[in-house]
Design a protein. Structure first.
Length: 291
């Protein structure tokens, strides 16, 4: 779809009052479902994409080319702004420069880059971080490489689990000075940590992750605390894993699926989710047009 002005559109969404609710997708179908549910933007989860695409954990095994190709499919499926998880930037400042220019040219509205060492790992699998100065270099590489100031850069720190929340907060301020547009602390350890983050007065992103300190939070509550964007990075992929496991267990135990009949969409709903009518209408227009 047309993403020529996606970065500007995303900035306009962030300039509006309120918090931007941005569910994470991992493929074209999940992105389309997010759009059709009425959400104004989506964020591609690198972890969920790795799970779905490779059947592997998020431990740095997915290549830049695999991410880029999958994101291209997502961009084709939706019209809303798409942000992308770029892990550590796929290398030093030169690969970061190339990645930034390619992603911006593709129509991605912005990226999130983190301060982990390479290869990165899911925050829940044990992480280590580079120095704050090295991360600032990564941030400056993006800031200098982008052609439009609207192209959003979210800087993520994974310092809290290993170095403590004080160091994570210190890094947020350094990353903002280096050129990041929005800041994000991965795996905040407590409610108090969330409050301390918002007291900095910086533009902040937060995630709601089931099984963590934020799982009972709602978007309005996080907005009241001072957050500007909320994401749901694991929600859809974990729901998918649970749903498919339940169906397969039912097949194994009963030999069929009827016991879980209410868990399935109808054929009509499947067609609606994949925009069947839209494609049928296009085909009919072409085939019935006068020669």
């Amino acid at each position: 779809m047309n993403h020529q002005n996606s970065a500007r559109h995303l900035r306009e969404l962030l300039e509006k009052p309120g918090i931007l609710i941005c569910p994470n997708c991992y493929d074209a179908l999940s992105a389309r479902m997010i759009q059709d549910a009425g959400f104004p933007a989506t964020f591609v989860s690198g972890a969920a994409m790795t799970n779905a695409k490779l059947g592997l954990p998020d431990v740095g095994v997915t290549t830049y080319t695999e991410y880029r190709n999958a994101i291209q499919e997502i961009l084709f499926a939706v019209d809303i702004p798409v942000l992308a998880d770029v892990d550590t930037g796929y290398g030093g400042v030169m690969p970061i420069m190339r990645m930034t220019k390619e992603y911006e040219a593709m129509g991605i509205a912005g990226i999130q880059m983190e301060d982990q060492t390479f290869p990165k790992r899911c925050a829940f699998f044990g992480t280590t971080v580079v120095s704050a100065e090295e991360m600032c270099q990564r941030i400056r590489a993006v800031a200098e490489a982008r052609t439009s100031p609207d192209f959003l850069l979210v800087a993520r720190t994974d310092a809290a689990p290993s170095l403590g929340i004080d160091e994570a907060l210190r890094r947020l301020e350094l990353y903002k000075k280096a050129g990041a547009d929005m800041l994000f602390v991965s795996v905040p350890p407590s409610e108090e940590a969330l409050k301390r983050m918002t007291e900095l007065g910086l533009p902040l992103c937060v995630t709601i992750i089931e099984g963590t300190v934020t799982e009972q939070k709602t978007a309005p509550e996080l907005e009241a605390m001072g957050f500007k964007m909320v994401r749901f990075p694991q929600t859809l992929i974990r729901a998918r894993i649970k749903a498919e496991a339940d169906i397969l267990r039912c097949i194994r135990e009963t030999g069929g699926t009827y016991a879980l009949r209410d868990r399935f969409v109808t054929q009509k709903e499947r067609g609606e989710a994949t925009h069947l009518e839209e494609l049928n209408a296009f085909e009919k227009m072409i085939l019935t047009a006068e020669k």
